[in-house]
Design a binder for this molecule. Structure first.
Ligand code: BGC
Length: 719
């Protein structure tokens, strides 16, 4: 943001505070109560009837909060989510929106600018539909490779998640649409999420998931924070006095409003504990027998249990956000350029696809006359996406929908959604000289027949992951592991393309020549995959999540509650604390399959001349050179490896840099001192112990190339 832009924003925010106070002061209590709830427009999930309180002329949305026209307060209309404007069947006339790649793919791009472009894209399409709140910004840390919603989150690292989440919010809010950051906090597994108690040591929480929220809030000032479904250390996230009042609104100085997740407000007294708005109130009536912030909260107010002061605070926070983001000043919706939006979806996919392994088969030579077998994964139709509230109906509709089903509240919503960007079609276009044949991969024997008479095999491995389900293990479903094994036995010249939201176990890994992790690559994903395979695009994605060799290596070989019926109270201990993901493997000297930060290129980069300085924080500079034969983008990463004798790993900084062959650039990184410190729960301060701090520049968290040390004096700071 330029200086004048920043100054303008600051003035707007100051004015927002004053205006919120003034307007709230003019409201009746009836108007105040109307602002602190939202009604769900998901009529399909609510018995097929439109709620009488939901005006006929308002578009059906995830959430509707009436405005106060006499005071110029607009109604709030919210829509999901982080990967595009969703339409879970509410609006039959809405034929779809730009379906961006999954957030985990954005995580793999290590590119905050792409997150920002994606956010702006989504916000323009929200605005065009009259939605002024986007339920985006999922930044839960990826603690478990079985979590069904990891595709909606960016990474296992607090810094990376925060920088990407913040830019997504900035992109959305710059278009005049309020964004959330969600799900505050530790909603890191889906199993029994409404009854899940996430246990964590509070200091470690500050150094991990809470640090991600803290940094993202500092950098983007999201208008709203959505609390999670789960409990944290015994209290529901939406009614957690410590997390909402002490940490979020106290220490972090958060000035916006806290909305609950849908069906996550079982009691009216959450209002006393920091929750400002109850979302989708009909879901609370279904799940917990009452709309907490309707009658029960009014009753509490009449009885003096909810103070006028607190009610005013809830309302002021909502108004402040409306004014600070500017949703009260909307002119006509800006023109939306869908072709440009498709380009953004495509560019994102290009930058977030990760080349995990390459024994020289990639890129596929464009000019060669070859017989290529494309097998499985519905590659003739499109690319899969995740399921649940984040699933985006792409423009023009899905290529196909295969209903899957399953237990629990979202069972009927679990589908294999295929986006219409078929890798097979795109490969045929990019490889006109090749003879490409397709086999659906229905049986291993049949697929092996085609593999055997081909020069090269590209086989797709897919898995449906999504909201309200965790994975039981890391295998590929529908016998695809057996299929890949059989195909690779028939033809060792096999390339595997994985379209999943999480790591897979890859029992066939040694048998294949190349592995590409394409995640859920969005509506232009098939083209991006074909471009990476053929070298039109030099891969530059890096893993934002570590792929374990085995679940036994992870902090929780057994996932608590897995397999129990929906509604079973479940306790999950996040005893790894702040040592999430790569930090855990480093601490345990365990060797995963592929580590956080890993990703290959068709060129080679070298690092040299690391200089490290100490003082208040660590500053490191080094040179990156493209020593290969083609243009490429590298993502050098700076890690802390040892803090004054305490062996611990922290990503301190990263940057994407594009270099031509022979070109080099000097990079300088300055670490956020919180990443070098421990959070001391007793003093409530970040503490750096005096000593020698070791850092390393790496190609991943386990491929460290240069190392250096710096002395840091003891100090305590911040909160
Ligand atoms: C999800 C939220 C979403 C909300 C509204 C919930 O099921 O957890 O992420 O924003 O629904 O659709």
């Amino acid at each position: 943001m330029s200086k004048p832009e920043l100054a303008k924003k600051e003035t707007r925010v100051e004015q927002a505070d004053a205006r919120a106070r003034e307007i709230e002061g003019q409201m009746t209590d009836e108007e105040r109560f109307s602002l602190i709830i939202s009604l769900s427009g998901a009529t399909g999930m609510l018995g097929g009837v439109r709620d009488k309180r939901y005006p006929e002329d308002a578009p059906l949305a995830a959430g509707y909060t009436p405005g106060v026209p006499r005071l110029g307060v607009p109604a709030l209309l919210s829509s999901d989510a982080s990967m595009g404007v969703t339409n879970p069947g509410f609006r039959p006339d809405d034929k779809g929106a730009t379906a961006m790649p999954a957030s985990i793919l954005v995580g793999a791009s290590f590119n905050p600018q792409l997150a920002r472009d994606g956010g702006a894209t989504i916000a323009r399409e929200a605005r065009m539909r009259g939605f002024n709140v986007q339920l985006a910004g999922g930044i839960n840390l990826i603690r478990d490779p079985r979590n069904g919603r990891n595709y909606e989150y960016y990474s296992e690292d607090p810094l990376l998640s925060a920088l990407l989440g913040a830019e997504a919010v900035n992109g959305i809010q710059a278009e005049g649409v309020i964004s959330t950051l969600k799900h505050y906090t530790l909603n890191c597994n889906e199993t029994n999420r409404h009854w899940l108690d996430a246990i964590i040591e509070p200091g470690a929480h500050r150094e991990s998931d809470l640090l991600a929220f803290q940094i993202a809030i500092e950098r983007s000032q999201p208008g709203a924070i959505m609390s999670g479904y789960n409990k944290v250390n015994g209290d529901y996230a939406g009614g957690n006095l410590h997390l909402l009042m002490d940490v979020l609104k106290g220490t972090f100085g958060y000035k916006g409003y806290v909305m609950s997740d849908w069906g996550a407000t079982p009691a009216w007294d959450f209002a006393l504990k920091g929750l400002d708005q109850e979302s989708g109130i009909q879901f609370d009536a279904l799940l917990w027998n009452s709309e907490s912030f309707s009658e029960p909260l009014r009753q509490a107010y009449t009885e003096g249990k909810l103070s006028k002061e607190r009610l005013s605070d809830m309302v002021r926070r909502i108004l402040r956000t409306i004014y600070a983001v500017g949703v009260d000043r909307w002119g006509p919706a800006p023109k939306v350029d869908l072709a440009r939006h498709n380009e953004i979806a495509l560019e994102t996919a290009r930058q977030g696809i990760v080349l995990l392994k390459n024994d020289g088969v990639l890129p596929i030579a464009l000019e060669k006359q070859m017989r290529i077998a494309v097998i499985g994964g519905y590659a003739q139709l499109g690319v899969p996406s995740g399921t649940g509230s984040g699933a985006v109906l792409p423009i023009g509709g899905y290529a196909a929908v295969v209903p899957i089903g399953g237990p629990g509240a979202l069972g009927t919503h679990r589908n294999l959604f295929l986006m219409p960007s078929a890798p097979l079609t795109e490969l045929k276009k990019l490889l006109p000289k090749a003879q490409i044949e397709f086999d659906p991969g229905q049986t291993a024997a049949e697929a092996a027949l085609l593999a055997r008479r081909s020069d090269l095999v590209i086989i797709f491995g897919i898995r449906v992951e999504g909201e309200s389900f965790d994975l039981a293990d890391l295998s590929l479903p529908w016998g695809q592991d057996t299929l890949i094994d059989a195909v690779a036995t028939a033809n060792p010249n096999t390339i595997v393309v994985l379209e999943t939201g999480n790591p897979v176990s890859m029992p066939w890994r040694e048998k294949v020549k190349a592995i590409v992790q394409a995640w859920y690559p969005g509506q232009a994903g098939g083209l991006a995959i074909a471009e990476v395979l053929t070298g039109k695009v030099n891969p530059s994605g890096r893993l934002p999540i570590t792929f374990p060799a085995d679940l036994a290596q992870t902090p929780r070989p057994q996932l608590p509650g897995l397999g129990t019926p929906w509604g079973t109270p479940t306790t999950i201990r996040y005893d790894e604390g702040a040592e999430v993901g790569y930090r855990w493997y480093a601490k345990n000297r365990a060797k995963p399959l592929y580590t956080f930060g890993h990703g290959l290129s068709y060129t080679t980069f070298a690092y040299s001349e690391l200089r490290v300085e100490g003082g208040e924080t660590v500053t490191a500079s080094f040179n990156v050179t493209n020593i290969g034969r083609r243009d490429g983008t590298d993502v050098p990463q700076l890690y802390l490896t040892d803090a004054g004798g305490d062996r611990r790993m922290r990503l301190l900084a990263f940057e994407r840099i594009e270099l031509e062959p022979g070109e080099w650039r000097k990079i300088t990184f300055k670490a956020d001192p919180r990443l070098l410190a421990r959070f001391d729960g007793k003093t409530g301060k970040w503490t750096i112990a005096e000593g020698t701090y070791s850092v390393a520049v790496g190609k991943s968290a386990s491929d460290l190339v240069l190392t250096g040390n710096a002395r840091l004096p003891a100090r305590q700071f911040g909160s």
